[in-house]
Design a binder for this molecule. Structure first.
Ligand SMILES: *Cc1c(COP(=O)(O)O)cnc(C)c1O
Length: 347
């Protein structure tokens, strides 16, 4: 990290190239293009693929808002699709009815750390003629059949926001692709459309991966597999420890995918009371996310209403993300599990 400063190697410096190569090797793909954050990874990918204002892009309605903002930021229209009740992932059975003559792309989100059924989605893409861009911002290292999330489709987008499975000390992101031509277009787009200094071949952005953040990521990447393993072990601890806890229901892992547990999600009718109960004992929980995107004021203009996406709406009232990070100790987890059992036996 200090090298970056001492050498004043701040803009797309050596550490950026080093990280791109290391992350490509980790994922098992041809190219990685480092960018400024996860939203820019998605936005730049859509731009590079030639998505233009008026085009429609299908996104799950239950995701972090960035997935949809990437679409609106280039003037295209997000078309929401509901999720599955068991895995909470984009429901592929609902895609065909959302496709129109303007559909250009679908962005599956590997939400909470497990993967949308990519082989099935790519088959749909072939039938309907849309391109697929993976939002893998919550799934660094998750796999289907040994192939990493983010490397199945035309491109896969990652965020290294500090709280992700691989986090920087600030904002950072990356795009994975096996298409070298697309990668070089993305490199150009992220740097003001420059092919060489002051030779601008397309109108571009400033969406470069910061070199200091790349240096941080180079230190952290070698630990990612062990951290993911720690998350899986903790998830297994919750699965066995929470059996028989009231009406608590656990998210079902997608059958074909490994799960890197960015989040550990459970469901209960008493979600808010359970959160209060745990908070009183110093146990902080989350809700990812409390409002499906169609109910956010930002997307009112799209014309959806309450009731448009019943599965996501019901989940939003019921889901709770339990504490899970690689540093969580087994005894701390036992205390959390005990507090949850205690809640359901007393109320
Ligand atoms: C975090 C996240 C993003 C956006 O990443 P930023 O780096 O915060 O821009 C996009 N999609 C999903 C699903 C995310 O969780």
């Amino acid at each position: 990290m200090l090298d970056v400063v001492v050498q004043c190697d701040f803009i797309t410096g050596h550490a950026v190239v080093q990280f791109e190569e290391a992350f490509a090797a980790f994922l098992g793909c041809e190219c990685v293009v480092g960018v400024s954050n996860g939203l820019d990874a998605l936005r730049l990918t859509l731009l590079a693929l030639g998505i233009i204002p008026g085009d429609e892009v299908i996104v799950p309605v239950n995701t972090f808002i960035a997935t949809a903002c990437a679409v609106t930021s280039i003037g295209a229209r997000p078309i929401f699709v509901d999720c599955r009740e068991d895995t909470h992932l984009l429901d592929l059975d609902r895609i065909a009815s959302a496709v129109t003559s303007r559909t250009r792309a679908v962005i599956p989100v590997h939400l909470t750390g497990h993967c949308v059924d990519m082989p099935a989605l790519l088959e749909l893409a072939e039938d309907h003629g849309f391109v697929v861009v993976e939002d893998a911002a919550q799934a660094h290292g998750a796999q289907i059949a040994g192939r990493a999330a983010g490397t199945w489709a035309k491109a896969g987008c990652f965020s290294f926001y500090p709280a992700k499975n691989l986090g920087a000390c600030g904002d950072a992101g990356a795009i994975a692709t096996n298409d070298r031509e697309l990668a070089s277009k993305m490199r150009c787009l992220r740097d003001y459309g420059q092919k060489a200094k002051y030779d601008h071949v397309m109108p571009g952005l400033n969406a470069r991966l910061d070199t200091v953040q790349a240096a941080v990521l180079n230190v952290k990447l070698p630990h990612l597999s062990a951290w993911n393993q720690a998350r899986k072990t903790l998830a297994a601890g919750y699965r066995s420890g929470l059996q028989g806890a009231g009406d608590l229901r656990l998210q079902r892992p997608a059958p074909a995918s490994t799960h890197v547990y960015h989040l550990f999600v459970a469901e209960t009718e008493s979600r808010d009371r359970l959160r209060d109960h745990l908070a009183k004992q110093g146990i902080t929980t989350g809700v990812h996310y409390p409002k499906p995107l169609h109910l956010q004021p930002a997307f009112e203009y799209l014309g959806y209403r309450r009731g448009s996406f019943p599965v996501s709406e019901r989940l939003a009232r019921r889901i709770i993300s339990l504490p899970l990070c690689p540093e969580l100790r087994a005894d701390e987890q036992q205390r959390i599990i005990g507090a949850i059992h205690n809640f359901f036996s007393t109320f």
